[in-house]
Design a protein around this ligand. Structure first.
Ligand SMILES: Cc1cc2nc3c(=O)[nH]c(=O)nc-3n(C[C@H](O)[C@H](O)[C@H](O)COP(=O)(O)O)c2cc1C
Length: 180
C-alpha cells in the first residue's frame, strides 16, 4: 500500500538511492505512451518557495523530447535490488524499446499528473515542470567539461514542482531489510 507523505520526508534516502542504483524517471509524450529512463543526477529541494525536484536530461535522450511535449514527470525511487532494471532503463532508448514491458514494471496512475508511477518502486514524486535552464559550457570548469561532456550534449535541467509524494507504507523497513 502507498501512502502520501510530506515532500521532504525521505530526502536522504532519495539521494542515497539516486547515487546508487539511480532512480526511474517516467515521462509521457503526446502519443501518451509512457517511457522510463534511469537518472542519477538530480535533487529535491526548495526553489521559488516551492518544493522542486530538479532533473538533468541530455537532449539526445528520448525522454527529453517527451518532456518538451508534456511538462510533467514522475521520479520513482527503486529498492536496491532493482539495480538491474535501473541499468536496463539507463542503457537502451524508448525510441526502439518498450522498457516497461521488457522490465515487467507495473504502472499505476499518479494522483496529480497524467504521468504514471511505478508500483515496484518504494517512493514516488509527482512533478509538474515550472521552469528549465540549460547547462552552459562556458560556465563550467574545464574539469567538468572534459569529464562529463566529451561529446557535448549539455543537459537541460527541468524544475518539477513536487505536487505529491507517496511511499510504500513500510518503505524504511523494506530498505533496512535490503541493507542487512
Ligand atoms: C544509473 C544511471 C543514471 C543515469 N542518469 C542520467 C541522468 O541523470 N541524465 C541523463 O540524461 N541520462 C542519464 N542516464 C542515461 C540514460 O538513462 C540513458 O541514456 C537512457 O537510455 C535514456 O533513455 P531514453 O532514450 O528512453 O530517454 C543514466 C544512466 C544510468 C544507467
Amino acid at each position: 500500500m502507498k501512502k502520501e507523505v510530506a515532500p521532504f520526508t525521505f530526502v536522504a534516502e532519495t539521494l542515497l538511492l539516486l547515487s546508487r542504483p539511480g532512480a526511474l524517471l517516467v515521462s509521457l509524450g503526446k502519443n501518451r505512451r509512457p517511457n522510463v529512463m534511469a537518472i542519477g543526477w538530480g535533487m529535491p529541494g526548495i526553489i521559488w518557495r516551492k518544493p522542486i525536484f530538479a532533473v538533468l536530461v541530455r537532449p539526445s535522450r528520448y525522454t527529453y523530447s517527451l518532456l518538451e511535449d508534456i511538462s510533467q514527470f514522475t521520479v520513482n525511487v527503486p529498492y536496491p535490488q532493482m539495480a538491474a532494471i535501473v541499468a536496463h532503463c539507463g542503457s537502451v532508448s524508448g525510441r526502439e524499446h518498450n522498457k516497461i514491458e521488457e522490465t515487467r514494471l507495473t504502472l499505476e496512475p499518479a494522483r496529480t499528473v497524467a504521468v504514471p508511477i511505478i508500483r515496484e518502486c518504494g517512493l514516488h514524486y509527482e512533478c509538474q515542470i515550472v521552469g528549465f535552464s540549460d547547462v552552459l559550457p562556458d560556465k563550467l570548469t574545464a574539469e567538468i567539461k572534459t569529464s562529463c561532456y566529451p561529446q557535448g550534449d549539455y543537459h537541460r535541467c527541468y524544475y518539477g514542482e513536487i505536487l505529491r509524494v507517496s511511499a510504500d507504507e513500510n518503505f524504511l523497513e523494506r530498505l533496512k531489510q535490503t541493507n542487512e
